[in-house]
Write a protein that binds this ligand. Sequence first.
Ligand code: G16
Length: 557
Amino acid sequence: MDEQQIAILLEAASRFPRPQGVKLSYGTAGFRADASILSSTVFRVGILAALRSLKTQAVIGLMITASHNQVSDNGVKVADPSGGMLTQEWEPFADSLANAIDAEDLVRLIIEFVKKENIQFGVKSAEILLGRDTRPSGESLLEAAKQGINSIVGAVATDVGVVTTPQLHWMVRSRNKGMQASEAAYFEQLSNSFGCLMDLKPKETTANVMDDKLTVDGANGVGGEKLEELKNFLKEIVIDIRNSGKKGGVLNEGVGADYVQKEKVVPHGFGPNDVGMRCASLDGDADRLVYFRVLSESNKIDLVDGDKILSLFALFIQEQLSILNKENMEAKNGYPVRLGIVQTAYANGASTDYLKKLGLEVMFTPTGVKYLHEKAAEYDIGIYFEANGHGTILFSEHFVSWLEGKNIEFDKTSKGSEQQKAALRLLAVSKLINQAVGDALSGLLLVEAILRHKGWSIQRWNELYQDLPSRQLKVKVADRTAVVTANAETVVVKPSGLQKVIDAETAKYPQGRSFIRPSGTEDVIRVYAEASTQEAAENLAKSVAQHVDQFLGLGSN
Ligand code: G16
């Protein structure tokens, strides 16, 4: 780094002083906090993104969002060249940059890191795609990010405007693959592959057993707005969008996937007229998706969560593979496709049992798609989902090339056969489902395509297995970092003695299971409990929360 670069950085950094007494950490999905204290953090992440682009010689993404958090919060996360999350190896650097005391300290850290990583300046320019969700604080924070990027000589910031988080990740991935990265290209890819799956529907299910109409809760965020545009490209599907933010509702307040999944009640804007209908809910930046059915009992829903979306996808993929393999496995050149499932400790126990009964390999990782994604990428087809509705399906490049070759072969030998249709369906899924990150819009279209393929109603889908009753609570504590967990967050290592009391509480309930973990996006400890009845799950969650409070809390429970 030359003197001129150092001088530019010092000058720019002095315009973004760090607020006193705030310690931030990169967390489950980037930095998140009250928007009013984030300018210096976002400025510094702008610098980090530019350095990452120089290091990888590829396009990097920077997204301003706090996803499911309240509207007054905001956050920032970085997308790597693959379109996935920032490599975990750089997270400690992100932490130290965000917490650098002043401009001099910041520049010292940058110089050290540039040397350690051998980042070359002036060889190639850096490019960063910038996106933001609809939060009112987004515009000024985006400006801070631009200034961070501009303080690295040769770095260019391209503002793609208001987008969903998965759209930005998709664009980064596409750009680095030399493909079109516009929003129009995204809508086109999703609608074309959805159309392809519709064309390949078995004839006998075209007489509809299901309702064509889907009603979507847009969380008063960017997802509803984008779905309004996407639906113009779609045939064979009627989508009614509510809570699109146009009528003045507040982002994530009594609406959205996080609210619906955690509280298991109808979101605002839905009511008795919707009883029995197929409904879906997106979160604030449209990377999570859950479905639900309004029950006649006031305010209650049947929740169809990420685990059930995962199960539907797994079932469909497994069916297509078995059609394909009928011929393929008997032939000498059969491809032993490795299909893997990845879940977290939040997965309902009944979903894991169901997936295992299908004969599938199920793996567990800690919470956060960055962990699930990494595991799923080890398979030819890796399906990962968190119960909260965040997930996707990854197809290895090797498997996609094999499928493409197979399809050409079928064209010559058995055009229009069931095997060819299965190959084409799998290829369409690999294009429809976002390969970069969990995406509520592409996930929604795949659910809709599979339900139409099978002629299933939401009720039929929900009957795949019956969820064990569960309850989630949060506990405010003085310092959430005091909780340290192990074994994919199922065991508390610190504070010592807490796991013992959780075990003792859990043992009191048939089919009881409970764990706690520090949130990576809010200042709380999360408590999860599952048991054979709803009352038992509630009681177990409550007593574990009380113990957490006694060990670490503010004494409010
Ligand atoms: C983010 C991550 C998700 C994760 C969630 C957990 O969601 O992207 O993978 O499940 O955080 O949050 P916490 O650590 O607070 O439990 P989102 O939708 O807020 O970006």
